[in-house]
Design a protein around this ligand. Structure first.
Ligand SMILES: NC(=O)c1ccc[n+]([C@@H]2O[C@H](COP(=O)([O-])OP(=O)(O)OC[C@H]3O[C@@H](n4cnc5c(N)ncnc54)[C@H](OP(=O)(O)O)[C@@H]3O)[C@@H](O)[C@H]2O)c1
Length: 291
């Protein structure tokens, strides 16, 4: 069986972007207490920004904020809020303004997920995911937009690739993330004239996250079917975040940036992979005609 001849590099954004490009900027990040959004926050802080991370579990937020501050030399503070509750979000925004005076960047990343077929999914379970992912994104935009307009800032919404094709057992998240993509595009068009940008990052399966450990076996290090020879890392999403918030992306808005190492394009590839592309002769028997 042929194996990969190439494995994509995994570098810190600071090896590519200067470490002071976000000096004086303030990030407001929902979901920043853990996983991918924590990594996105850390990367933005490593380039000079201070941050507020938002979630429901104050203990974890407080611990994460301490660790991020220590790791980056910047300031990170926790703000407890459930994104389904506009009042709580407003309080988190008020806390941000009291402490830092402004908001430049917003990451809408809070989300929930689990596996369930439509036949086994309760109305309440569907509604809960829609409320956290979609309504939570809407609420976050509403609470932050006056400040982001003022700073001519930028949004990144964390979506997924599940809804590009039908993904069994993921109807709730697929529906919610499709709506998040739509929200971001409309935000880009409505707020562009105010100097605000809005983009989506759609991660593929990202290794080392709780979601992947629970929902999939791809993150178990089985990278033999992945075009770039390895599973996605939180750092891959973090690096895309730095680019999209940077001035290098000042004409990029209303877009979805997929960070999945081309996995999305692999869903219908019928032959053993990468054997089929590295050694076409090995699949000759399976096809009509010559490769
Ligand atoms: N993991 C992947 O491979 C993958 C792939 C594609 C897309 N994504 C997306 O990437 C983002 C991060 O995912 P992750 O895997 O890193 O998951 P995670 O660690 O579970 O992060 C989710 C975060 O959202 C917060 N949250 C959940 N419900 C909330 C609510 N009602 N109000 C406020 N905060 C809430 C959680 O904090 P509290 O519990 O403290 O509230 C947690 O910090 C999500 O948008 C997810 O859909 C992940």
């Amino acid at each position: 069986m042929a194996s990969h001849t190439y494995v994509a590099t995994l570098k810190d954004s600071t090896t590519v972007f200067k470490n002071d490009i976000f000096q004086g900027k303030i990030l407001f990040c929902t979901g920043g207490g853990s996983g991918i959004c924590r990594g996105m926050t850390e990367a933005v802080m490593r380039h000079g920004a201070d941050a507020v991370i938002v979630g429901r579990k104050l203990d974890r937020l407080t611990q994460t904020a301490k660790e991020l501050s220590a790791a980056t030399g910047r300031t990170c503070i926790p703000a407890q809020a459930d994104v389904r509750q506009p009042k709580m979000l407003q309080e988190a925004v008020n806390k941000t303004i009291e402490r830092f005076g402004k908001i430049d960047f917003v990451i809408c990343g809070a989300a929930g997920n689990f596996l369930a077929p439509i036949s086994g999914l309760s109305e309440n379970a569907f509604k809960t995911v829609m409320e956290i992912d979609t309504l939570g994104t809407f609420n976050t935009i509403k609470a932050t937009i006056p400040h982001v307009r003022q700073s001519k800032g930028s949004y990144i919404h964390v979506s997924a690739t599940l809804h590009y094709k039908a993904t069994p057992y993921q109807v709730h998240v697929s529906s919610a993330k499709a709506a998040v993509d739509a929200l971001s595009a409309v935000l880009a068009v409505e707020e562009g004239p105010h100097g605000v940008r809005s983009n989506v990052i759609a991660p593929g399966p990202i290794g080392g996250t709780e979601g992947m450990q629970r929902l999939s076996n791809i993150a178990d290090g089985n990278s033999s079917r992945l075009p770039l020879g390895r599973v996605g890392d939180i750092k891959d999403v973090a690096n895309a975040t730095v680019f999209l918030f940077s001035e290098a992306a000042s004409y990029i808005t209303g877009q979805v940036v997929v960070v999945d190492g081309a996995m999305e394009h692999m869903r219908h590839f019928q032959f053993p992979y990468p054997q089929a592309v590295l050694d076409p002769g090995s699949v000759q028997k399976m096809i009509q005609g010559k490769l």
